[in-house]
Ligand binder design. Structure first.
Ligand code: 13P
Ligand code: SF4
Length: 301
């Protein structure tokens, strides 16, 4: 294993490559990455990077976003079919029809969406800035939110705004957590704080002590010892690896994102060796989509 890590480090230097890893990536990938983070942090890092190559260890919409924000870099996704089922729950054509049914509405798209959907949207958001983005929209303007109904509805409750949401969802966050499980763990661990990702349904978010992005959770755990987390378990495993002395527990051990799991350390090595898989977005789509990303970044930096 040490040989593989050494080889990755050598290739990274030789090729002027930057390795970005989402917080859901496995321990080996996170340990060798230059930066780890949530979707917003990684988008900002990608947009500012001066490396010739960005290897994005995550899922496809993240690499597409990096490619649009940094057209000078070659962006590689180590496993081509690492996608996001929620991002696939709306197409550009479906969004065009949704807009036609609600003329005059502003479209906010969660970053977990295809480049084509971003190109049809007015402003993008991530889990860490969704409420702020909603609040930036003039009060008299109707809002459409795609594709995540849970994040959209949560942002609506937080901001007091009415939002019409698409009915997409993340299969991991939507299906894996239950109020009964919260009740059980609360009884067993009464001193623990429950953190939940805003992709969870309202029945879970209503019972959480805090709702935050994956990096919000990483930061919280740096300063607290007893935590239960409602999000994907690879990140919780990474937290347990960072803080073996703390009690950091998953709300559901089965909450696994099969797509995030696809990228292993051998895939990362192969990506650097062969410079694959290059992610590109057609210029006509990228030129529109980047506007909705830039609008978000202007409000977030
Ligand atoms: P974060 O932006 O909070 O990392 O969330 C991304 C994601 O895909 C969660 O499922
Ligand atoms: Fe998509 Fe859910 Fe996986 Fe995040 S956890 S990448 S939203 S499927």
């Amino acid at each position: 294993m040490n040989d593989i890590i050494e080889r990755i480090k050598q290739l990274k230097e030789q090729k002027n490559a930057l390795i970005l890893a989402h917080n859901y990536q496995d321990i080996q990938i996170q340990d060798v990455a230059d930066f780890r983070g949530d979707s917003l942090q990684l988008s900002i890092l990608a947009s500012e990077a001066s490396a010739e190559i960005i290897v994005f260890c995550g899922v496809k919409f993240m690499a597409e976003t990096a490619a649009m924000l940094n057209p000078a870099a070659r962006v590689l996704l180590p496993v081509l079919d690492a996608g996001c089922p929620m991002a696939d729950m709306i197409t550009g054509e479906q969004l065009r029809q949704f807009k036609a049914a609600h003329p005059g509405a502003v479209v906010i798209c969660y970053v977990n969406s295809s480049a084509e959907v971003k190109a049809e949207s007015d402003i993008c958001c991530t889990s860490s800035n969704a409420v702020k983005i909603v609040r930036s929209i003039p009060v008299n303007q109707p809002i459409l939110f795609v594709p995540d109904q849970n994040l959209g509805n949560w942002a609506a409750r937080q901001s007091g705004r009415e939002i019409i949401t698409w009915n997409g969802y993340c299969p991991v966050h939507h299906w894996q957590f239950s109020p009964a499980r919260i009740e059980d763990l609360r009884k067993q661990y009464p001193e623990h704080t429950l953190l939940a990702h805003p992709e969870c349904p309202a029945v879970i978010l209503d019972q959480a002590d805090k709702v935050m992005s994956t990096s919000g959770m990483m930061n919280y755990c740096a300063n607290h010892d007893k935590v239960i987390i409602a999000t994907e378990v690879a990140m919780i495993r990474y937290l347990q690896h960072l803080y073996p002395q703390k009690s950091i527990l998953p709300l559901a051990p089965g909450a696994i994102c099969q797509n995030m799991l696809k990228t292993g350390i051998h895939d990362l090595l192969r990506a650097l060796e062969n410079e694959e898989h290059l992610i590109t977005v057609p210029q006509d789509i990228a030129s529109k989509a980047v506007k909705c990303l830039d609008r978000m970044l202007e409000l977030s930096r």
